[in-house]
Design a binder for this molecule. Structure first.
Ligand code: SF4
Ligand code: SF4
Length: 396
């Protein structure tokens, strides 16, 4: 049974329908000047580590931001070969922080095939170690499992993966193993890994709009598997006027973060932190364990503004509904990168990788069975056509 956001939290306070949003109350710079730090550390599953309740994702372009992140007490960072240049950037500062920071890295889906060999995986690991300027990675993950475009569960059942992990552990090149997922088969494939004792850490797409992940997360925690949330921030630069949704204490983005912190289903969460202001803004709510009525109000407004636009990580409701095999969830995610994250180039490059017959060009004139299948009432066809016109600049 799925739980709605309101059912899920016992701490929430019901708000009357039609509540108006308070007016804007100035800039955040005063709060940022205080350089907030991590206020709460939690065990990372059974790894023996205690990590800050908020951790760093990618997005930095300068080593000084990484140094600042670690000086603020963040001690876990998520990276990967696929985040162009991010491993190398971390490598510039990592020697200084090596024993204090838990590094999560990943093997990419194109590498992870049912036939990839142990030596190919170990070779990729060595490339990442070199880029990171280190002799070991704290957790090596299988990236983006549950993604049908790259194949089925047989990809992660390839024994070569586990032989490579065992050998890398023996050689001291990795300490823990795990997987990340935000795609349609998230639950099925992450659960397989937990049931078969393959994953010590999981990194899953989750936020206040996702549903259905709670049983999986509870199972993971019961077995001592570390749980990390990603794709937490649905609204980075959305057209929604965040300024109009903030007061002197918290703003709407912080409420989104507090939702994860208050859920207590995650040991930590990774958030994209491209600049000093965002580090300060997010860390200002570290240590939160509940939502205030104001936070609930923000989430209600956000939900009503984006619920029928936002394709949820881990949702499989429309899977199989498209006769042309358009990867709906991928294209809508790239659209989010383009619109909300401001990562236009990355979004366009990703879209360009989709084979031409499966792009959203196929949606023109279609009767859109996908829209009927979407449990969140997203007008899928219209959103895909919008995405196609936004993302096709890079297509030759
Ligand atoms: S509009 Fe038609 S072609 Fe496009 S994703 Fe939906 S079902 Fe597929
Ligand atoms: S379009 Fe709707 S049904 Fe399809 S994956 Fe996204 S949220 Fe789920």
């Amino acid at each position: 049974m799925e739980l709605s956001r309101r059912q899920f939290f016992h701490t929430t306070t019901a708000l009357a329908a039609g509540t108006t949003i308070p007016p804007a109350a100035g800039d955040l710079s005063g709060e940022q000047a205080g350089a907030p730090k991590i206020k709460r550390y939690k065990p990372l599953g059974k790894t023996g580590w205690k990590v800050g309740d908020i951790s760093a994702g990618s997005g930095q372009s300068d080593p000084s931001i990484l140094n600042h992140i670690f000086e603020c007490g963040i001690n876990l960072i998520d990276t990967g070969y696929q985040y162009t240049g991010h491993e190398e950037l971390i490598g510039k500062v990592l020697p200084k922080w090596r024993e204090k920071v838990f590094v999560v890295d990943k093997w990419d889906p194109p590498l992870l095939t049912p036939t990839v060999t142990k030596s190919a995986l170990l070779e990729a690991l060595d490339v990442s170690l070199k880029r990171l300027n280190t002799t070991y990675i704290d957790c090596m993950m299988l990236h983006s499992i549950g993604h049908p475009r790259y194949g089925g569960i047989e990809r992660i059942q390839n024994p070569a993966i586990y032989e490579a992990w065992d050998e890398a552990k023996t050689l001291g090149k990795i300490r823990f193993t795990g997987a990340s997922s935000h795609s349609v088969n998230l639950i099925r494939e992450i659960e397989w890994g937990i049931d078969n004792n393959r994953f010590e850490v999981i990194l899953v797409g989750a936020n206040f709009l996702t549903q259905g992940l709670e049983p999986l997360l509870k199972k993971a925690r019961a077995r001592g598997v570390a749980t990390i949330a990603m794709k937490t921030m649905t609204i980075y630069q959305s057209r929604l006027n965040i300024r109009a949704l903030q007061n002197q204490n918290t703003n709407a983005r912080q409420a989104v973060i507090k939702w994860i912190l208050a859920s207590d289903l995650f040991d930590t969460m990774v958030v994209r932190m491209p600049n000093f202001d965002q580090v300060a803004e997010y860390l200002a709510v570290s240590g939160s364990t509940s939502l205030t009525p104001r936070d609930e109000e923000y989430l209600d407004v956000l939900e009503s503004a984006i619920s029928t636009k936002y394709c949820r990580p881990g949702c499989d409701s429309c899977y199989g509904s498209c006769p042309r095999e358009v990867p709906i969830w991928d294209i809508l995610r790239y659209k989010m990168y383009y619109e909300n994250y401001g990562d236009q180039k990355y979004a366009m490059e990703r879209y360009q990788r989709i084979p031409e017959p499966n792009t959203a060009a196929a949606c023109a004139g279609c009767s859109a069975p996908c829209s009927t299948a979407c449990r969140y009432h997203i007008p899928v066809r219209e959103r895909l056509l919008e995405a196609h016109s936004q993302l096709t600049f890079a297509r030759p």
